[in-house]
Design a protein. Structure first.
Length: 101
């Protein structure tokens, strides 16, 4: 009986030793959200525009200007192209929100 126990123990030990020689492969966890690159070189100086706020969304131009448009001899700054396109649909209704300088 002791020999059977000794043989079983040696076999278990040898199986465990063989398994530990393999390198463990790890895979990186998938990212939870995609991060979009931002082109910081495409930012305009607030001194170049005639408005204090984005007329489409009301965001202050001091937060950043990503796009501009000309309207009645004025240069207006917008936080994004989406806001510029929204303004172009109905500029007369939105110009009051721009708080012109």
């Amino acid at each position: 009986m002791r020999t059977n126990l000794a043989i079983a123990s040696l076999m278990a030990l040898s199986f465990a030793a063989c398994d530990s020689s393999k390198p463990k492969e790890t895979t990186p966890a998938p990212a939870a959200t995609a991060i979009m690159p931002v082109d910081s070189t495409k930012s305009y100086d607030i001194a170049l525009v005639n408005n204090k706020k984005d007329p489409a969304c009301g965001m202050p131009v001091t937060a950043g200007i990503a796009d501009t448009a000309h309207y009645k001899d004025k240069v207006l700054g917008f936080c994004g192209t989406e806001c510029k396109n929204e303004f172009k649909k109905n500029p007369d209704a939105l110009i009051a929100a721009a708080e012109l300088k």
